[in-house]
Design a protein around this ligand. Structure first.
Ligand code: NIG
Ligand code: FE
Length: 410
């Protein structure tokens, strides 16, 4: 089956030779072909180029006049399997309580865990599937989903099984991340090391034996897990074949970035508290610095120094952090806007941060993140828009008209 998209106003993020990520000055370069065609064969991108080289025939022809085509967003950091919502805490926040104060009162992650433990696998699956359907419409083509609202071995496995079922039934490319160390259950208060032992001795082996996760994550931050505890858990996870991705430096300069680099983490995420030392550690690594603009916006936190990172020559990725507490949105078009307004990224840098660099951060860059021959045909066609800059500029509205995943229109 050949599908031809013709008369594309701008075909964005094209590459003849696949890159693995873009960093530093390169982030401002967004290769684009004006007046282009894109040819899809079954699930894959077969060819693309300027209209004067456009093939004459195909099984299906779509005229994209006045519209742009982009590779789907890769959302490399979400917690989108959760039970219930937390708008009451949101009101507490408006009244002035901090994220840590809410956590100390049994709110926050603990609140989500208690609700999730009571929810059935079916309910969790149905709710999460609806969230997936909604992020497909706003342009996401691949998503990483973490566990972490379980707290018990049983509930953590329940989340990961839900993610496995989502992966079997959704057209999205899905990666699963085991985040057993997301918070400390009330019964382990003051005995965090005992909970860490349980994660190492009981949870990681079960997750690995059932093949339920690609990655392992730890919330390595002030008031959550220390560098030393993180080190122990990552060491066990890596032994069991799980690649690390770390929550780091959201609440303080926690040492999370350095321990992530030590374990060759795919990414370290959040990064509000990133200084010279952390930048230096990242420069000598394969670890993708990943900023979560939705969480910083929603919690009113300081912004991670994205420009400093780029000026130092680092790559930067940006993901949604979709979760019920700190970022109740998985809309990557909003992430583009936050990237530009709050982090002073150029629209071209923002597109790189949400496509190819997030593809790297979730280990799918071989297949996704750009328009490249042989890659998976996950892309979207915008509505009629004047320029690519219009995407982050005209915020709060879905600028996407048609979505294709695995070569099929959704
Ligand atoms: O990535 N920082 C830790 N975890 C989540 C928040 C989860 C929650 O508040 O429920 C995050 O922002
Ligand atoms: Fe997170």
């Amino acid at each position: 089956m050949l599908t031809l998209i013709k008369n594309i106003k701008g075909l964005v993020q094209v590459e003849d030779k696949a890159k693995i990520a873009v960093c530093g000055k390169q982030m401002a370069e967004l290769p684009c072909i004006d007046n282009a065609f894109l040819l899809i064969e079954n699930e894959e991108i077969k060819d693309f180029g300027p209209m004067d080289k456009c093939p004459q025939s195909a099984d299906k022809i779509i005229d994209a006049e006045g519209r742009f085509v982009l590779p789907s967003f890769c959302d490399s950091h979400t917690h989108l399997v959760y039970a219930g919502s937390r708008e009451i805490e949101y009101i507490d926040k408006i009244k002035g309580l901090s994220y840590e104060e809410i956590a100390e009162r049994g709110g926050g992650i603990i609140n989500s865990a208690l609700r999730l433990q009571k929810a059935s696998e079916e309910e969790l699956y149905d709710d999460a599937m609806q969230r997936l359907e909604s992020i497909i419409k706003t342009g996401t083509g691949a998503v990483e989903i973490k566990s972490g609202y379980g707290f018990t071995t049983e509930a953590e496995l329940k989340i990961l099984r839900v993610i496995r079922k989502l992966r079997e039934n959704s057209p999205l490319t899905i990666k699963a991340n085991f985040l057993g160390a997301h918070g400390v259950p009330l019964e382990y208060k003051g005995r965090i090391d005992a909970f860490v032992d349980k994660i190492i001795e009981e949870m990681i082996p079960k997750v690995a034996d059932e093949g339920l996760a690609d990655f392992i994550d730890v919330f390595c931050d002030k008031g959550f897990f220390t560098v030393e505890q993180t080190d122990r858990m990552l060491s066990e996870g890596v032994k069991r074949g799980l690649k690390p991705k770390i929550h780091a430096n959201e609440l303080a300069a926690s040492g999370g970035i350095q321990v992530g680099v030590k374990y060759d983490a795919l990414s370290v995420d959040h990064l509000e508290y990133t200084g010279e030392e952390e930048i230096k550690a990242l420069l000598n690594s394969h670890t993708m610095p990943t900023i979560l603009p939705g969480a910083a916006f929603f919690l009113n936190m300081p912004y991670a120094p994205a420009r400093k990172m780029i000026e130092a020559g680092l790559p930067v990725a940006m993901a949604s952090d979709f979760n019920p507490g700190s970022s109740p949105s998985g809309n990557m078009q909003l992430v583009l806007t936050f990237a530009c307004v709050n982090y002073k990224l150029l629209p071209q840098e923002a597109v790189n941060a949400t496509t190819i660099n997030t593809a790297y951060a979730m280990d799918v860059v071989k297949d996704l993140g750009s328009i490249c021959r042989g890659k998976k045909a996950n892309f979207f066609i915008t509505k009629k828009i004047p320029t690519i800059e219009y995407l982050p500029y005209f915020y709060g509205e879905n600028k996407i008209e048609r979505v294709f995943l695995n070569g099929k229109e959704q």
